[in-house]
Write a protein that binds this ligand. Structure first.
Ligand code: HXC
Length: 521
């Protein structure tokens, strides 16, 4: 055997060793937990044979606490480039079979390398987390590694899409890298995220809680809003990531990929002409409206389980990717509150950063009153949504279906926030406030006098409310001032959105020169 052939054999043997990560026993343990290994995960996500791995032979340099005996080729992360549906991505997957996927200095270097390449190439960056956190034996070097990663997450924000999939433990300060990315996915039952684990919680606060209830997928999907998507299995998680990627561009200088559209843009939906209930206090399902207007009724919802009073997600109109923001009358009457505001604000900002037009479907009675909201800074969070809409320079189309009252009218993409096309259905009610509230204030003195004179106050207030409703609870006042560009027949909504988006395709708008704004947070 020639020396060269011998060396090639050695290379192949080393590669095979690296493929085994922490070894067969550790892989079996990973599988027994219902989890895949780092390489299996990458294989599931990317186009066949497209993965190009970097730093497979990298080793950690730690000698503390017996670490010299815990050397595995590539250390605890698999990193490189690949394609997904033919599009370039950079990615890494932490390898729990190697020292619990804990982050060493060299692992951080591997991760930073792919992050830097993603930035240079203008390609999405995807990370799959499954790690015990900072490698304890490395002390400050591991923390410094996290710092390097976080700084890159921050610099990449708004330049390339960043996606995190949590597929195992993600604890302590390690949670901040995913939190800095645009979208977080979590697998149900096998992943958790928290700053301090159950034991520390018990010691500090005395609270008894397990990992699942403290930071499992369902907690972060419904209560905290930290995660955007949950998946029952890792396979499902990969499919969701691919779907998300199909709606977004590779970087902030590109547009999202367009698809062929076989759904006629002038498709009329008669059900929309009848969807608004007679009783203004009765709910209807905004999902039905969304399905009626988007290409083939498809909608990829973001944060479906969190703040259900507002709906956010991606859809296509005539093949163009669009961010949809819609109040949901079927959940808390579609009222805006702290969580709905921050959910929608974040989504609007993502769309704006990545050249994705925003279509808003408005039916909002106002902001939720009460101490629960005020003490939790609903003022600040409402302002966040206002700021996000007002700052966004992408094409913006707002359709008012029914209620649009007071502050919430302004916040939800009104004309003055530089919305491009504002349409209203004939059922729209655009006013400072609803009839009963307005009459209670405007006619308080008269009502008191009538009560004292023994007259029928109820009938008086009802008559005044009718007068107010006739005058204000319609779209014509707003249209009279040009704040509504047109009042449209509901069944034509899809066509008006599609035609509007085509018209706005060349939109150019900008912000005053500044380092950055100070968004209320
Ligand atoms: C070094 C670690 C490690 C860590 C796990 N391991 N976490 N090694 N540093 N942080 C090693 C274990 O010693 C073990 O090695 C192997 O990984 C598998 O771990 P197990 O404990 O056997 O697995 P399991 O029972 O599934 O428990 C997983 C775990 C637990 C829940 C993640 O390992 C754990 O609690 N780890 C510590 C978590 C933690 O407190 N991390 C620091 C968070 S603070 P062997 O060789 O025996 O197989 C932090 C700060 C970041 O991360 C700050 C950023 C700014």
């Amino acid at each position: 055997m020639s020396k060269q052939v011998e060396k090639i054999k050695e290379l192949i043997a080393k590669r095979e060793q690296a493929y085994l990560g922490g070894g067969e026993k550790a892989i079996d343990k990973q599988h027994a937990r219902g989890k895949y290994t780092a390489r299996e995960r990458i294989e599931m996500l990317v186009d066949k044979d497209s993965f190009e791995e970097y730093d497979m032979f990298k080793l950690h340099r730690c000698h503390n606490f017996g670490m010299e005996k815990k050397q595995y080729l590539g250390d605890g992360v698999v990193a490189g480039s690949a394609t997904i549906c033919g599009r370039l991505v950079y990615l890494y997957a932490q390898d729990f079979t190697v020292n619990g996927g804990s982050l060493s200095e060299t692992m951080a270097q591997k991760i930073c390398k792919v992050m830097d390449m993603a930035m240079k190439m203008g390609a999405p960056f995807i990370c799959m987390n499954d790690s015990g956190g900072a490698r304890i034996q490395e002390g400050i070097s591991s923390l410094a590694g996290y710092g390097e990663i976080f700084e890159r997450n921050i610099l990449a924000s708004g330049v390339i899409p960043q996606i995190s999939a949590i597929m195992g433990p993600c604890a302590g300060g390690a949670v901040y890298s995913p939190a800095l990315t645009d979208f977080i996915f979590m697998t149900e039952g096998t992943s958790y995220m928290f700053l301090t684990g159950p034991k520390v919680v018990k010691t500090v606060t005395g609270e008894d809680i397990d990992a699942e209830h403290l930071g499992g997928a369902s907690v972060h999907a419904s209560k905290s809003g930290v995660t955007h998507f949950t998946a029952k299995t890792e396979e499902e998680c990969m499919e969701l990531i691919k779907t998300l990627l199909s709606y977004i561009p590779s970087n902030n200088t590109e547009e999202a990929p367009r698809t062929e559209c076989n759904d006629p843009i002038d498709r009329k939906e008669d059900l929309l002409n009848e969807i608004i209930p007679e009783d203004p206090n009765q709910a209807y399902d905004m999902y039905k409206v969304i399905a009626a207007v988007t290409d083939n009724g498809e909608f990829f919802e973001v944060q479906p389980k969190f703040a259900k009073n507002i709906i956010t997600g991606f859809a296509r109109f005539n093949g163009q990717s669009v961010g949809v923001v819609a109040n949901q009358p079927a959940a808390y009457a579609g009222v805006l509150d702290v969580n709905a505001s921050r959910k929608a604000a974040r989504f609007v900002r993502f769309c704006d950063a990545f050249n994705i037009p925003i279509v808003s479907l408005v039916d909002v009675p106002g902001f939720l009153p009460g101490t629960g909201q005020e003490y939790n800074a609903v003022i600040q969070h409402g302002a966040q949504l206002l700021y996000a809409y007002g700052e966004a320079t992408v094409p913006k189309i707002t359709i008012t279906l029914r209620k649009s009252y007071g502050g919430s009218h302004i916040v939800m993409g009104c004309k003055q926030l530089r919305s491009d096309l504002n349409f209203a259905w004939p059922s729209a009610e655009i006013a400072v406030m609803g009839g009963s509230g307005a009459v209670a204030i405007l006619c308080a003195k008269e009502a008191k006098a009538k009560k004292e004179a023994g007259e029928d106050v109820k009938a008086f207030l009802a008559e005044k409310e009718e007068e107010y409703t006739d005058k204000f609870a319609n779209p014509y006042q707003a249209a009279q001032f040009g704040y509504i560009d047109d009042i449209i027949e509901p069944r034509n909504t899809r066509f008006r959105i599609c035609r509007g988006l085509a018209q706005l395709a060349t939109k150019r708008d900008s912000l005053p020169a500044k380092k950055h704004g100070c968004m209320p947070m």
